[in-house]
Design a protein around this ligand. Structure first.
Ligand SMILES: [Zn+2]
Length: 111
């Protein structure tokens, strides 16, 4: 995988996150509209949905930071190397997720 390919893939990932954020904002609005007119159970459902939406939003935020960090490594010509041990990250692993910061050895060792 070339750096150009990685950059294209990372930018596409970021756009996908933006799209998810936009549709998520819509569903949060719907939840708020319903809250006044529904009973306690539905309200709990709504709150649960909102909590889930917030958790997903936080996950997306973490993902976004990973992508930003990977783009930064591309700029500095350090992309494709493990942040922990400096070894090259396997091609297959990078293809699966170009924002991945660790080689498979370090990733499995830290979990
Ligand atoms: Zn490593």
């Amino acid at each position: 995988m070339t750096q150009d390919e990685a950059k294209v893939a990372l930018l596409a990932q970021r756009e996908e996150l933006d799209a998810q954020d936009a549709s998520n904002a819509d569903s949060t609005d719907v939840v708020e509209l319903q809250q006044d007119s529904v009973g306690r159970l539905s309200r709990m459902d709504a709150l649960q949905q909102q909590a889930m939406a917030q958790a997903q939003s936080r996950r997306r935020e973490a993902e976004r930071m990973r992508i930003a960090a990977a783009l930064e490594r591309l700029e500095e010509d350090e992309w494709g190397h493990c942040l922990n041990c400096g070894q090259e990250i396997a091609e297959k692993r990078l293809r699966h997720d170009p924002s991945v910061p660790l080689c498979v050895t370090c990733a499995s060792g830290s979990q």
